[in-house]
Design a protein around this ligand. Structure first.
Ligand code: BJW
Ligand code: ZN
Length: 247
């Protein structure tokens, strides 16, 4: 079912990286951004996930985030997230680089995580940067404002046109550069600079394995394309590693 080459790579790899997108959380019940189930009220993510949209349509953008905060608070990590936790126990050098803001990798038990697009549980004032809890945000029906300076409170995520958190990006780049086995899982690979990481890893000699039900631009450079759901495929790969260890 899996190629000899992949089994060989799983045996010999010293540094493993998982690069994940919304698809890894789809089986938990978190909608993806693009594709058939991906649209919220017919808005494209590009229309809502930017600072101008937030200033112009604050209520609408907050409605979208509150809707997603509620979903995320009520779902659980799935077998794909848990399989990635197992990888971290097996390989000494290991990192999860995620574009997701849903915290499900951490809740599953992954430790070395780089969050490129922030975290939806984080909220902060756009003027004085004070942090606010979800409890407070979700208890209000009106647009949330800062109790210190009156500024608008925004979700602590990265929107289009905004820089990625420097420490997270630098860590992710370092991990991608050092990877000899790089998994790209559940991402459409169209949002940059995140989508540049598989190419960077490839240029530096990593073996690229993509897991996705559908091909993406990353498929072109992938050494293996494993077509299917991550919650099904990743536990099968973990089983292979554990079986090989026993023999
Ligand atoms: C499954 C599955 C299952 C389903 N199992 N798989 C032109 C060229 C290059 C770049 C640009 C450009 N014009 C503008 C840019 C820059 C822009 C960009 O990339 N735009 C492109 C769209 C063209 N990028 C930025 O602006 C970034 N910042 C930046 O570049 O800073 C420098 C700068 C500063 C100032 C001015 C200009 C530049 C920031 C990007 C921020 C992205 N933010 C979002 C929202 C985060 C907050 C939130 O969650 O609300 O991040 S957008 C959204 O897309 C979110 C995601 O992390 C991101 C990626 O989506 P992802 O995860 O790939 O999800 P989907 O839905 O697209 O795909 C799901 C996949 O799963 C599919 O393939 C399915 O098949 C698969 N799947 N079920 C496995 N069971
Ligand atoms: Zn403030």
């Amino acid at each position: 079912m899996f190629s000899e080459k992949l089994i060989q790579k799983l045996k010999s790899a010293e540094s493993v990286v998982f690069f994940t997108g919304a698809g890894i959380s789809a089986e938990s019940g978190v909608p993806t951004f693009r594709g058939e189930d991906g649209l919220w009220k017919k808005f494209k993510p590009e229309e809502l996930a930017n600072f101008d949209a937030f200033l112009k349509n604050t209520e609408l953008v907050w409605e979208w985030y509150k809707y997603r905060k509620q979903i995320i608070a009520n779902v659980q990590p799935n077998p794909g997230h848990y399989a990635i936790v197992e990888f971290e126990k097996i390989y000494k050098s290991f990192a999860v680089i995620t574009q997701n803001v849903d915290n499900l990798h951490r809740r599953a038990g992954s430790k070395n995580i780089f969050e490129l697009h922030g975290n939806i549980q984080h909220n902060y004032c756009i003027k004085c940067k004070k942090d606010f809890s979800d409890e407070l945000i979700l208890s209000k029906t009106e647009i949330p404002n800062c109790d210190v300076c009156g500024g608008l409170i925004r979700p602590g995520v990265v929107w289009f046109g905004e820089m990625l958190p420097e420490d997270q990006w630098n860590g992710a780049e370092r991990a991608a550069l050092s990877a000899d086995l790089f998994f790209s899982v559940g991402t459409s690979g169209i949002v940059y600079p995140a989508a540049s990481l598989p190419y960077l890893a490839k240029r530096n000699g990593a073996y690229i394995v993509e897991v996705n039900p559908d091909p993406t631009p990353i498929t072109e450079i992938a050494d293996e394309f494993l077509s299917g759901k991550s919650g099904v495929i990743l536990p099968q790969i973990v089983k292979i590693i554990l079986d090989e260890k026993e023999n």
